[in-house]
Ligand binder design. Structure first.
Ligand code: HEC
Length: 136
């Protein structure tokens, strides 16, 4: 019984450790791009429900984003670079989640102009990672 439990625990650890592939990340990116489009529609059509649906997907999805397994498993100098990027990623994720929350609240309060500014700040965070990490 103990052995079985240990086995299950090891397997769980392994399956948690791996599993974020480039394909997963691209899907997450596409989900976030769609969420941003939804939020934009919500702003233009003055629809808080569309905005809320978009910010929810955005907040949930951005939490997943991280270096993929192939990157994590690559050692040497890459590791240092990766640690810096992990820090940057966590900061950006936090900012995107916070801004999404503020956007929603401001729009609900009738301040569409400020909400639009939050929208553009979110987009700025997306681009920050793309420029720095992806080198676009
Ligand atoms: C922490 C870094 C990071 C953040 C933050 C980030 N991206 Fe990305 N994005 C990437 C990387 C890396 C790729 C390349 C995906 C790959 O090939 O693994 C990418 C690719 C994309 C793509 C192209 C996907 C495809 O089909 O090829 C879109 C669209 C995209 N991101 C949208 C967004 C949006 C919208 C946001 C903000 C809400 C965002 N990204 C935030 C790192 C990031």
């Amino acid at each position: 019984m103990k052995k079985l439990l240990a086995g299950i625990m090891i397997m769980t650890t392994i399956s948690l450790a791996d599993g974020y592939t480039q394909g997963d990340r691209i899907l997450d990116m596409q989900k976030m791009a769609q969420a941003m489009q939804d939020i934009q529609s919500g702003l233009l059509y003055n629809n808080i429900d569309i905005i809320k649906a978009g910010t929810k997907v955005l907040k949930d999805t951005v939490t997943n984003v991280r270096p993929i397994d192939a990157e994590m498993n690559n050692k040497d100098i890459y590791e240092k670079w990766l640690n810096n990027n992990l820090k940057m990623t966590h900061k950006i994720q936090k900012k995107i989640r916070n801004k999404a929350q503020t956007l929603e609240e401001r729009f609900a309060d009738g301040d569409a102009v400020q909400a639009l500014q939050d929208y553009s700040k979110i987009m700025g965070q997306c681009m920050k990672c793309h420029v720095r990490l992806r080198k676009w």
